[in-house]
Design a protein around this ligand. Sequence first.
Ligand code: GRF
Length: 211
Amino acid sequence: MLSLGVFVSGRGSNLQALFAAIESKRLDARIVLVLSNKAEAGGLALAREYGVPALHLAAGQFPSEVEYSRHLAALLTEHGVDFIVLAGYLQKIPSALIRQFHHRILNIHPALLPAFGGKGMYGHHVHEAVLDYGCKVSGVTVHLVDDDYDHGAPVLQQCVPVREDDTATSLAARVLEVEHEILPRAVQLFASGRIRIAGRRVTILEEKDII
Ligand code: GRF
């Protein structure tokens, strides 16, 4: 069973979706630690309601990136985290951690990458950019995390239609519903050993093909 560390910066509705998937046995994992770079993040309060250790940790609390990174790695080890989910996390992950958790960090992005991703493309900025461009579809991407923002290989993507009368708020709400479906599904693919990775190609195996 995967022991998840979930990183959040905001209200934590994707974290809630992971808890719900675990409770309803759609996700065979446990959440052992929730971290946030924001002390007031709703996701931290939510984790505490579920009795899960929830800590505020930000790079700015440390004199150097190296010390921050060491502290973070030690915390993850201490809590037995073996897989990381970035569920609305708006701080860069140290490179050392990305190497340590190679192919074991997922991020969720509220658009179809590689469009509308990268630094500064988060929250309502994404949906405004999609509407300003005149796109007819948007969507959700769950992807592996590498050293560049929103750049790692996609694991799951799903389209969401853009409506003529959409605002950034209405589009964000429709996209969020899909996020809540596909984030737990993506984590479960890892939990059940159904993922093979070759370069940027992430293959989802049929259950019968798992050795
Ligand atoms: C989501 O839209 C996620 O895709 C983005 O940040 C938002 C987080 O929402 N990266 P929540 O905190 O999970 O409710």
